[in-house]
Structures are given as C-alpha cells and as structure tokens.
Design a protein around this ligand. Structure first.
Ligand SMILES: NC(=O)c1ccc[n+]([C@@H]2O[C@H](COP(=O)([O-])OP(=O)(O)OC[C@H]3O[C@@H](n4cnc5c(N)ncnc54)[C@H](O)[C@@H]3O)[C@@H](O)[C@H]2O)c1
Length: 304
C-alpha cells in the first residue's frame, strides 16, 4: 500500500485520539463523557438544544475534572489540557466534524430515534454512531435508520470519570467492525469493556432497576425510613451509597424511564414501577440535578 493512499477512518478499528468526538446532550452523562474523552486526548464537541444547557454541561465537565484533580486521580495540568479540548455547540450540524458520535439525550425512544435520523444526515458516513442509553434496545433505536449497522450501544456509568466500566451493546444488525471500533475507543478511555445482548436494560441496568425499585417499594410500604434503607445497603452490603442516594445521582426521571422500558420490554411484575417514582417526577424532584430528590442538595458553587 502506498503511503499516499487515503485512509478510511471508518474501517480502522484502532482508536485515534486525533478523531473528534461529538457528544449529543450535555446533561449528567454527556458532560462526564466529554470530560473523559478530553482527558484521553480527544478533541470534543459537547452539544445540547440551547446555549444555556450546553454551558451548564461544560461547567459540570469542569467540575468533574476539578474533582479528579483534587483527588489526584489526574496529574498536574491534565485538567487544563482536557478543558482546552472541549468546545460546545447547539444543534447537530457540527457533528460533521466528528468521527465518533455519542448520544446522551434523555431516555426516550422517540427522541433518540429522531436524534439518530438527523445524525445520519449530519454526521460523516464513516463516523461511529453510539448511544449511551441505559435500557432501550439498540435495534429499536436504529430501526428507522437507512444504515442501522453503524449504530451500537456504548453504555458509560455515572460518574463517568470514576466508573471504570463500559457496557457494549451491539444491535441486531450492528457490523462487527463497528463493535471492534467501539471496543477500541472505550479501551482508549481506560475503561474495561463487557458485552451484552440487545435486550431491555442489558446486564447492568436490569440489575440496578430491580434494586432501586425494591428499595422504593420498601419505603412506600413503610418498612423503614429512606435513611435506614440507605444505611442498610451501605453497611450491610458494602455498597458505596444507598439506593436512594444512587437514585438521586442517576436522576429520578431516568430511573422511572428505565423501569418503564423494562416493563414495556418484559411485562414482568418485577419491573412494576413503585408509584413513588412517578409522583417525584411530577413534583420535579429529579434528584441532584434539580436540587432535590429523596434528599435535598444545596446549590453548587459556579465553577471559575
Ligand atoms: N444518569 C445516569 O446515571 C445514567 C447512567 C448511564 C446512562 N444514562 C443514560 O444516558 C442518557 C442521558 O442521561 P442523563 O442522566 O445525562 O440525562 P440528563 O437529563 O442529565 O441530560 C440529558 C440532556 O440531553 C439534552 N437534550 C434533550 N433533547 C436533546 C436533543 N434533541 N438533542 C441534544 N440534547 C438533548 C437535555 O437538554 C439534557 O441536557 C440517557 O439515555 C440515560 O438513560 C444515564
């Protein structure tokens, strides 16, 4: 092969940090994914539907990197170098500059389908299309795409900088080279990769949903207080946080959406959502991100 021959990045399973990553949705996960990719050396565009949301996402990415610097899990200067690699965008047009596109919009099938339909036109034909969905089947997200073979689930965990796992979910028609690219990319971020078949909730979310929902039912039935249930899980099972603390971190709306996907997918009473979730979403008690969920969180200092 002559050195002049053009390289098709879409066919190269190696992850190259010169490739731009475009993150759709600058919420809890999008901001963490952007910080993680930038830390690994990728140029990143963090996108949302409004400038306010995109800026809030960048502030959250900044906070995550500051936290990592304070805990010395990253070296001197790494925070500044990572932040210099992140820019923000409104709308999906700028996806045309990326080779890796990661969608982290809310857990809603119609919304994700619409995002990927638009991305299929906006992104380069060679770009990897990944969804960070925590429960929706990838095949269903991609069912309206002209080429669903380019789509894969790349499921990060919260908080992204601290959690070492990525769950890969190939859809029914995802091409093997797309799986290999997604694996190489995830490993280039320092993550350990597990794979799951494309069923609702995959491995991790299916396990988590039952745990959170069971805790909610116990609270609903008056078995114990939320504080005692959280303490029981932490000290009895060595969990780093209790189920209500975790639900507040995940987002109450996301927890409810996940239970609904599992219920829709399996129609199994194991996934019957405790009414607490719906009431809290209606009351806009969405967890840390709204300032109150099961617990109340003081407003955070704006990042410098
Ligand atoms: N929260 C968690 O712990 C967690 C963990 C793993 C995976 N996930 C998954 O990650 C995804 C995002 O979850 P999150 O917790 O970050 O949600 P979030 O509510 O914190 O953020 C979602 C962001 O997407 C934006 N958005 C809405 N519509 C959009 C559109 N059309 N285009 C671009 N952006 C849009 C919103 O403005 C918001 O900023 C979901 O699929 C969720 O299931 C969440």
């Amino acid at each position: 092969m002559s050195g002049e021959e053009p390289i098709d990045p879409g066919s190269d399973p190696r992850a190259s940090v010169s490739q731009r990553v475009f993150v759709v949705g600058a919420g809890i996960m999008g901001s963490g994914i952007a910080a993680q990719c930038a830390l690994a050396g990728y140029p990143v565009t963090l996108e949302d539907v409004s400038e306010e949301f995109a800026r809030r996402g960048l502030a959250n990415a900044t906070r995550a990197l500051e936290h990592a610097a304070e805990r010395a899990t990253i070296g001197p200067g790494e925070k500044e170098a990572a932040l210099a690699r992140i820019d923000i965008a409104i709308g999906l047009r700028r996806a045309d500059s990326a080779e890796i596109v990661i969608e982290a919009a809310p857990e809603n099938l119609a919304l994700k389908r619409a995002v990927f339909r638009e991305l299929e036109g906006a992104a380069r034909p060679t770009a990897l299309l990944a969804s960070n969905t925590s429960s929706l089947p990838i095949t269903e997200i991609g069912q309206e795409l002209a080429d669903p073979g380019r789509l894969i689930g790349v499921h990060f965990f919260n908080p992204v900088l601290q959690m070492p796992l990525v769950e890969l979910i190939p859809g029914h028609t995802t091409r093997p080279e797309v799986v290999e690219r997604a694996r190489a990319f995830s490993e280039s971020l320092g993550k350990t990769v597990v794979s799951s078949r494309d069923t609702p909730g995959f491995v991790t979310t299916r396990a988590l949903a039952v745990e959170l929902n069971e805790a909610a039912w116990m609270l609903y039935e008056g078995v114990a207080t939320k504080e005692d249930i959280d303490t029981a899980y932490r000290l009895g099972f060595h969990h780093p946080m209790g189920p209500f603390q975790l639900a507040d971190l995940v987002g109450i709306d996301t927890a409810l959406a996940i239970l609904e996907v599992l219920w829709e997918g399996f129609r199994d009473p194991r996934y019957r959502a405790c009414p607490i979730w719906r009431t809290m979403v209606a009351a806009k008690k969405l967890g840390r991100k709204s300032g109150e969920g099961f617990y109340v969180y003081p407003p955070r200092e704006p990042s410098a």
